[in-house]
Design a protein. Sequence first.
Length: 280
Amino acid sequence: MVINKIKFVAELTINHLGMINIAKQMIKSAKDSGATLIKLKLKNVDKYYHDDNKKWRNLNFKDYRGSLELSKDDFFELDSYCKSLNIEWFCTVHDNESLEFLQQFNLPLYKIASMDADKNDFVDHIINLCKKEKKPLVISVGGKDLSFTDKLISRINSANIKAYLLHTVSIYPTPLGKSNINFINILKEKYESENIKIGYSGHEIGFAPTILASMKGIAMIERHFTLSKEWNIHHIAAALTPIEYKNMTSLISNINLENKDTISDYDEAELKFLERMEYT
C-alpha cells in the first residue's frame, strides 16, 4: 500500500499563551519542522465555559482560558504573517460568532472539535457553509461511536462536500497503548470515498502512534505544537516540540519513500556495486 501525501497540521491551540509574538515564532518553527498547515482556535470563552468553579493551578478555569486567547486583531496580523511565509492556516470554530468573524479570511478549511461534534445545529450550519464556499470540513470524532459517525457522514454526504474525518482519542495526554490506531481501518472501510478522507488527531506523548497511523493510508495528521513543554498549559504533555515535530514528519516522509507498490527481486544498481567488490 502506498501512503497518501499527508497534510501535516500543527495545532497551536493555546500554547502561544495568548501572545502574538510567540504565535509567530510557533508558526515559523512549525513550517520549518514540516507542517503544511497551521491551525488556530477561536471561541467566546465567556459564553462557551460554564461558571462551575473549575480550577487550574488555583485559578478559575474560565479566567485562565480567557487569558490565553488571541484577540481578533491578532488574527489579522497572523493571517498576514502566514501569507508572508507562504503557509495556509485554518481554525477550530466553537461558536457562530467566531465562525462569522473567520469567514472574512477565506480559510481553506473549517474545523469542528470532538467536543462540538454532537451540536447538530452548529455542525449543520458549518456543513452548509462548507457547501456554499466549496471548502472541506475537518471534524474529529473522539468519544463518538459508529452510530453517531454513521449519521454524521450521512449529513456530510448529503451536502456533497469534501471532509477529513479524524480519528481521535479525547484523553490529554493519551496513555501509551490507548490510541486505538487500528480503529482507523474501520473508519477507512466504512466511510472513505472520493470526498471523505480519514485522518488522525493525536494526543499521545511522543509520536509512536502517529507513525503507525501514517502507515494506514491516512490523508491528514494533526498534532499539538509547542515551543516549550515547561509552560503550564493543562494539555501541554500532548504537544510536540519543534525537534519532535520535525523528527515525526521526516520519519513519515522517509517511510513513504520506502512503502511502494512496485516490488522487484533486485535493483540494477546492486549489480554494479557487487562488481566493484567493495562491500567487504
